[in-house]
Design a protein around this ligand. Sequence first.
Ligand SMILES: O=C(O)c1ccccc1N[C@@H]1O[C@H](COP(=O)(O)O)[C@@H](O)[C@H]1O
Length: 227
Amino acid sequence: MTEVNKLVQVAGIIDAAEADLCIGEGADWLGFALRLPSGKDDIPEQDAAAIIKGLEAPHAGVLISYLTDAEEVSRFCDELGVVAVQLHGDVETEQLRLLKELRPELFVLKSLVVKEDNADELLKLVDDTHPFVDMYITDTFDPKTGAKGATGLTHDWNVSAELVRRSPKPLMMAGGLNPENVYDAIRTVKPAAVDAHTGLEGPDGRKDRAKVAKFVAEARRAFDEIG
Ligand SMILES: O=C(O)c1ccccc1N[C@@H]1O[C@H](COP(=O)(O)O)[C@@H](O)[C@H]1O
């Protein structure tokens, strides 16, 4: 697995062509959002599994999920062949503990959904869960829709920076990142990794090659500068 530092992830992969495009332009990890509460996944599970199984290290597939039950998460990760899972639901700490016990080798990312004034709540979540989490991922709450992922919205980067300073585990920064803001985001927040979904899409809803290429290049430039 890629060293989980200076890592660039692209989320919301919808088919093999898009996966090839992202890997070709230098992304490290690919995120697949599956079993979404809406019931409208962008890619069939068997297609995601086939892409994930074809990825060669250091590239890896990541399950993006709202599942909250450790055994269900573990089974689904097995079916897909992922080495990492990103948990966006309200997972109880006990389920995170159980997941680590069941699957110590599985790389677990837990989302921290930044709202207007929930920084203290997120810091407490980090305090409670960090022994069972490998990396945190920020995301942005959209108060208009109640959405907690892939909103395309940025949040207060001061909160992200505070989370990076206070968390004993590394942090992947996400939420409204795009080729134009990722350089400043990394220099301001100093995360270990970055991730983007909607900011890399063209008007057709597919990943835009030029946007992915610039996102990766700008992220690498900023990571090199922060050392
Ligand atoms: O990618 C998705 O479809 C998704 C669905 C449900 C929860 C999270 C999801 N993706 C994560 O959201 C962040 C931020 O997205 P955006 O860049 O603001 O559009 C993205 O990095 C994914 O990890």
